[in-house]
Design a protein around this ligand. Structure first.
Ligand SMILES: [Zn+2]
Length: 488
């Protein structure tokens, strides 16, 4: 997830005590368009009420992640999960389109790392996606060089030859620090290292190890825990010789055929014009992928299900895409772009949900000022009652990046830190946000679980998923119902 990280500061959410069920909505004084339509409010409130009345999103996410588990591209688990989702969608009375996608097939195999000196310790480790295995199918034993940055590696290039280079780089934010996972192995290989170990890309750990995609490198590469990376650094600083045995069977098989799943509600007036939104079905092979991004896929589906049941048809077509291969190749995103390039000038907006489906507070937006003003109107008029009407930052997720690069207005659903827990009681019974305690989304606890075995459904609540479906439903429906496409 997260090709670009939004440079937003979460606006401190003021204590809001508004019920969408009451008539009282605070209106801004200028630039108002949406709230003038009482029908828009009636529709939005109907979507919110329907989304908060159903427990199907959480149940489905829990069933899928419990039953099929990790869903890496090329795995049979992903294909079985896609089959199940498609069947369930059809049971909802929805028509599902499948668009074929050729996806890479990387296989982890058995792997381990053991500290041999100055003491023997079995290390928590996880190979990075796309890594090669250790040479000749055998364990590799080498001394360790710990570096704190690319610059530090450059300074110590002579020492790196023949060593296992450990990048012990503390988490600043995902967008910055992930460079070490992606480019560290290649940089180490250039200096003659025999393997690369990267401190897990996370602000916090309990010996948790985080996988993720790496760039092209011909040496075996893996992530270790924050704690062990720090320990190696301490050992090196006091002059102790650090030696590790590393074994990895990782390898890449030929590409496999998979598919994006697409659901639509055809527009009543301008069916050729589109609002597209989605999340991804694939996950890393060690993660159940509830947060990243089963929730985003399930919520996108839920929006279509809710609107279908309400018989709400916007002027333009609403299209939910459940992408594959976001994690290691973005082939699903590329295929969507290729198959739908002819529609880009008719696409009003593309919205991705891939930052966890926790309590939503708005959308990020990349596009014109004029479009942003319209979105602000929608947010304030129709979504402030559930605290999800902010328009802030400019983030664009991987699955929509190809479309956004061609000038289509784009956004991501923005969510609060998972540690905030469940704020979303049924809004009819009153609704409130406390002030946001952690104003830095880049240090979100999302990254405690991201690409780990701990990305499981218990990190989410049914109410958070309902809340996301309500927010995304109102955003997409309202944009699809505007008098014109969002201005470029
Ligand atoms: Zn993701």
């Amino acid at each position: 997830m997260r090709r670009l990280i939004y440079a937003a500061v979460i606006p401190l959410l003021l204590l809001i005590q508004v019920s969408f069920c009451s008539d009282h909505i605070e209106l801004p004084t200028a630039g108002w368009t949406i709230s003038k339509s009482s029908q828009a409010k009636i529709d939005a409130n109907a979507i919110i009420k329907a989304a908060f009345s159903s427990s199907s999103v959480y149940k489905r996410l829990a069933y899928m992640t419990d039953t099929y588990g990790p869903r890496l591209s090329g795995s049979s688990a992903l294909e079985r999960a896609l089959d199940w989702v498609k069947e369930e969608m059809e049971k909802d009375g929805l028509k599902v389109q499948e668009e074929k996608v050729k996806v890479p097939c990387w296989v982890r195999g058995h792997e381990y790392a053991t500290l041999l000196s100055p003491r023997v310790k079995s290390l928590r480790m996880v190979g990075l996606g796309g890594s090669v295995g250790t040479p000749n199918g055998k364990p590799l034993v080498a001394k360790v060089l710990v570096v704190s940055s690319f610059e530090d590696l450059k300074k110590r290039e002579i020492e790196a030859k023949g060593k296992i280079v450990v990048f012990n780089v503390p988490f600043q934010n995902y967008g910055t620090t992930v460079n070490y996972r992606y480019s560290g192995p290649e940089a180490a290989e250039k200096e003659g290292a025999v393997a690369a170990l990267v401190r897990s890309i996370s602000p916090f750990g309990l010996q948790t190890v985080h996988t993720g995609e790496m760039g092209t490198a011909g040496i075996p590469s893996a992530a270790v825990s924050l704690e062990d990376a720090e320990m190696f650094a301490r050992m090196q600083a006091r002059g102790q010789e650090v030696v590790i045995e590393l074994y990895m069977e990782a390898h890449t098989l030929p590409d496999q055929l998979s598919r994006n799943l697409i659901l639509e509600i055809e527009g009543s007036e301008k069916p050729n014009e589109i609002v597209v939104f989605g999340g991804h079905m694939d996950s890393w092979d060690i993660a159940d992928g509830a947060m990243d991004d089963g929730g985003g896929a399930m919520v996108s589906w839920e929006v279509i299900r809710v609107l279908h049941n309400l018989k709400l048809t916007p002027k333009r077509t609403l299209r939910a895409v459940l992408f594959v291969n976001e994690e290691n190749g973005a082939k699903g995103a590329q295929q969507y772009f290729q198959d739908h390039e002819h529609e880009l000038n008719l696409t009003s907006i593309a919205i991705e949900t891939d930052e966890g489906t926790f309590t939503p507070y708005g959308i990020s937006f990349q596009g014109s000022k004029a479009a942003r003003a319209i979105l602000n109107d929608i947010g304030m008029g129709l979504l402030s009652t559930i605290g999800a009407g902010n328009v802030t930052g400019s983030g664009v997720g991987t699955d929509i990046a190809y479309v956004c690069d061609q000038g289509v207005p784009c956004g991501n659903l923005l969510v609060l830190d998972p540690r905030i827990g469940n704020l979303s009681n049924n809004p009819c019974n009153g609704f409130s946000h406390p002030p946001y305690p952690e104003a830095d989304p880049l240090k979100s606890a999302y990254f405690w679980y991201h690409h780990t075995e701990a990305d499981t459904v218990d990190k989410l609540s049914p109410q958070q998923l309902q809340h996301c479906a309500a927010a995304l439903g109102v955003w997409t429906y309202s944009i699809a119902n505007l008098n014109s496409l969002l201005p470029r």
